[in-house]
Design a protein around this ligand. Structure first.
Ligand SMILES: [Zn+2]
Length: 219
């Protein structure tokens, strides 16, 4: 075998887990797309997935806020992701997963499985919820990763470094996905943790109380 071929084979064992995380507007999808496009330039065969929740731009592409796109397969959950990926895994060297916070904990097992098969896995997702708490399964993915890139955004209130995603408005769904106008990047000082008021009220009800009873026992 020619020496040029041996040099090329240095990249034959790319197995590693990379996590790209941070608040909204920190450029996570942009960084994921950048890495995947570099892999494509290096003639690596790339497969890219995202959950079925993100309909903000294209249904079959990852979109960053800065209009960069890359073709992605939309899947409902980790089981569907495996069902699509595994039959073709011999032809895939790099697996990208965007909005990874919207998958459940079995994504951690899948990442371990893929790296065990010698694949490079790159996952991007929010590290904290709108309440400012760790957003599973990203913390567990960060723990098993070879490399974690934690990005920050710019606080849309004061211009400081932003580590939180501020939710504006009163929609009750944690999963609501959108962009500017519904969310803001905020620094620690400007961030106000978002609380699901309906859930809090339900927790305050005495055991056995019916929802329609007057809340005379409260406070
Ligand atoms: Zn601020």
């Amino acid at each position: 075998m020619a020496s040029a071929g041996l040099i090329a084979h240095a990249a034959v064992h790319p197995e590693r887990i990379e996590v790209i995380t941070g608040p909204m507007f920190s450029g996570k999808s942009e960084e994921l797309i950048r890495r995947l496009k570099r892999a494509q330039i290096a003639r690596r065969r790339v497969a890219c997935f995202k959950p079925d929740l993100d309909v903000r731009y294209h249904r079959n592409a990852i979109a960053s806020h800065s209009a960069q796109t890359l073709e992605a397969v939309t899947v409902a959950n980790v089981e569907e992701l495996k069902a699509v990926l595994m039959p073709t895994i011999e032809k895939v060297e790099v697996v990208g997963i965007d909005e990874a916070q919207f998958f459940n904990g079995s994504l951690v097992s899948l990442a371990n499985e893929l790296v065990g098969l010698g694949r490079r896995v790159i996952l991007a997702g929010l590290d904290t919820t709108f309440a400012g708490e760790p957003f599973a399964p990203i913390p567990d993915l960060m723990a098993i990763a070879d490399e974690v890139t934690k990005l920050s955004a710019v606080c849309m209130q004061c211009g400081a470094t932003a580590v939180h995603t501020q939710r504006l408005g009163s929609d009750q769904s944690l999963v609501l996905v959108g962009a500017a106008g519904v969310y803001e990047a905020r620094c620690r000082a400007c961030f106000q943790p978002w609380v699901d008021e309906h859930a809090a009220e339900q927790l305050e009800l005495p055991v056995g109380a019916r929802a329609e009873e007057p809340s005379a026992t409260k406070a």
